[in-house]
Design a protein. Structure first.
Length: 285
């Protein structure tokens, strides 16, 4: 395989005089799609996007190019000292509660920094709606990207380990998968990269772009509140998402979404199987 050209990489960073910085994870990026669309259409040119490149690369239509914020050439953004990366305008989508980062970016932006607070801290407003509501202050028309639902008879189950947020147990997901499969439904158990599930028939996808293609085949997606759930939503799947620590009024995936809150009472496998059965019957009408 031919080594990537460092000269080309340098040129890519200058695709636009507008620089968009997104400081979020996979779910945050998915929830910002309508913001990306509105900015692309409302500005003089598409911005160059900077953040987690693997996530931003899923939405190439909205940017002139994409770069990794971990690249060495972007370190001066955090000090605001290197004028060689100065832009006509810098957009920040993130959490910057004390404004320190915006002050540094202002030294590198000839026009005022356009700041979009990523998610609400108190009011129970969906992230997408919350971000779009901030655009009017900058004279930009808010345009919602409609998710095209991909109809399919399959149901995909995605268990996860606990990392910070409480998750419904992996063993319960496997039991649920077996129950739904026994009812004659087309079922798929999607295996995370950090798990080795004790199930013979399972699907494991390493590349994020390949995972997006897989999810784009449609159907229903059952999982904990996670970045992959948000990706399934924007790819057109109907999501059934389990919430424990977060508020689904803010964090539910885009598209047709059924939130299941289980923090106030235990969620049994049998109960969730019933929820899926009832929901899936409705979804098939």
């Amino acid at each position: 395989m031919e080594a990537p050209s460092t000269h080309h990489s340098s040129l890519v960073t200058h695709h636009s005089e507008i620089l968009l910085i997104h400081m979020g994870g996979l779910g945050d990026v998915c929830l910002s799609e309508s913001t990306f669309l509105s900015l692309r259409d409302g500005l003089s040119e598409p911005p160059f996007a900077l953040g987690n490149r693997r996530f931003l690369d899923l939405f190439p239509a909205y940017f002139s190019g994409v770069g990794s914020i971990e690249g060495r050439q972007w370190l001066p953004l955090f000090s605001g000292t290197d004028q060689t990366i100065r832009r006509r305008r810098i957009i920040l989508i993130g959490k910057d509660r004390d404004g320190t980062f915006r002050e540094r970016l202002a030294r590198l932006s000839r026009e005022p920094v356009l700041f979009i607070d990523m998610y609400p801290d108190r009011e129970p407003v969906p992230v997408e709606e919350y971000q779009l509501g901030q655009l009017a202050a900058y004279g930009i028309k808010a345009t919602q990207k409609v998710v095209e639902t991909k109809e399919s008879g399959r149901i995909v189950f995605y268990p996860e380990k606990e990392y910070g947020k409480r998750k419904w147990p992996v063993e319960s997901f496997i039991d649920l998968y077996c129950i739904v499969q026994s009812h004659g439904r087309e079922t798929i158990l999607l295996e995370p990269l950090d798990l080795d599930l004790p199930v013979r028939e399972k699907v494991r996808i390493v590349e994020l772009s390949n995972l997006a293609s897989f999810l784009g085949e449609g159907g229903a997606f059952v999982s904990n509140d996670s970045g992959i759930a948000h990706l399934a939503g924007v790819c057109g799947m109907r999501t059934i998402t389990l919430f424990h620590d977060e508020d689904p009024r803010i964090w539910r995936p885009r598209g047709p979404s059924i939130p299941v809150i289980w923090r106030d009472a235990p969620l049994t496998v049998q109960r969730l199987a019933e929820i899926i059965k009832e929901a899936y019957a409705i979804l098939q009408e």
